[in-house]
Design a protein around this ligand. Structure first.
Ligand SMILES: NC(=O)c1ccc[n+]([C@@H]2O[C@H](COP(=O)([O-])OP(=O)(O)OC[C@H]3O[C@@H](n4cnc5c(N)ncnc54)[C@H](OP(=O)(O)O)[C@@H]3O)[C@@H](O)[C@H]2O)c1
Length: 289
């Protein structure tokens, strides 16, 4: 049985462990906070306390941590750099084009092979027929990782050798998602102010779409973050990444700034950890003035 190492067992890392095992792979897992290995262990993964030991267990390592800063901190852990030679690292953490280039160069300088990827679905959907996972890098490295990557979902796409392609498409996809989120909040604001039930608006939206979750949360005035949701601070993080890309590339940042202003006001009002739909409360307060 092929073995794959998974570094990082947060929400998405655990989903990687689950889908790889379901796909017939054996998995070795490591996480910086050792307590958080328990779910991976209960799913059938072998767990290592030392990152380098986990690396040595497989020829392929999938990494899914908060950001590329965390990715580089992992590479600096004892024995990890020297374990990279001949191994394939598939980084599925979210980042920017510069992050992808830097990670690729660093791993290759240490003698490893590198694929850069992005996961465009929630952890609960990983492994499903529609789960979108993007991967970029050399074709022969993709061929090495293909069997493991195929376990991650029916929407796996190999984008070829341009190492920044996955993070660029991830940003573009995120931009569309943010427009849907804030467009839906504005739509609910129109309904509320004109006296038409937001439930009627929600009923018009596709059942498994983020827009429906947003409209229903606003109708119910329930801003608890559900499995298909995201908190205001998570949306802010996504918008900051989009803003940074716009600044660096010299493209217009106006749409992003409008959305950022709204999330910043929601955070000031204390909604940081609430569902992003809670931005409606900022718009409701504005109506009175
Ligand atoms: N969750 C989603 O809906 C979703 C969807 C698409 C993409 N993603 C992407 O998937 C990645 C992981 O997200 P997640 O939801 O799994 O986040 P999470 O549950 O917050 O887990 C974060 C992981 O990163 C690790 N980490 C953070 N800093 C580290 C460091 N300095 N050194 C080593 N490990 C470090 C954490 O280890 P500790 O446990 O030790 O803190 C944990 O394993 C992110 O890039 C995210 O953007 C997530």
């Amino acid at each position: 049985m092929d073995n794959v190492t998974v570094l990082g067992t947060g929400a998405m890392g655990v989903a990687l462990v689950r889908t790889l095992i379901a796909g017939g792979m054996s998995v070795t897992a490591w996480n910086r906070t050792l307590d958080k290995l328990e779910t991976a262990r209960s799913l059938g993964a072998s767990c290592e306390n030392e990152c380098a030991q986990a690396m040595l267990s497989s020829s392929i390592a999938m990494v899914c941590v908060s950001d590329y800063g965390a990715f580089h901190e992992i590479l600096k852990r004892t024995g990890v750099a020297s374990s990279l030679s001949g191994r394939l690292v598939i980084n599925l953490s979210t980042g920017t084009p510069e992050d992808a280039r830097h990670a690729d160069q660093t791993v290759r300088d240490l003698g490893g092979s590198y694929l850069d990827g992005a996961i465009l679905c929630y952890p609960g959907s990983l492994g499903s027929a529609t789960a979108k996972v993007l991967v970029a890098g050399p074709e022969d490295d993709f061929a090495r990782g293909q069997r493991a990557l195929t376990c991650l979902g029916g929407g796996l796409r190999f984008l070829g050798p341009n190492i920044i392609a996955a993070v660029v498409l991830d940003l573009a996809f995120l931009s569309r998602l943010m427009a849907v989120v804030f467009g839906t909040i504005h739509g609910a604001n129109i309904c509320e102010v004109e006296g038409v039930s937001v439930a009627e608006f929600a009923a018009l939206l596709p059942e498994d779409d983020r827009s429906r979750t947003i409209a229903e949360a606003i109708h119910d005035d329930n801003f608890h973050v559900g499995p298909m949701g995201a908190a205001v601070d998570v949306s802010r993080g996504a918008l900051v990444r989009l803003w940074q890309q716009a600044e660096r590339a010299g493209i217009g940042d106006e749409p992003i700034c409008l959305m950022l202003d709204l999330v910043n006001r929601a955070i000031e009002a204390g909604h940081e950890k609430k569902e992003t739909a809670s931005v409606i409360t900022v718009l409701r307060a504005q109506r009175a003035h």
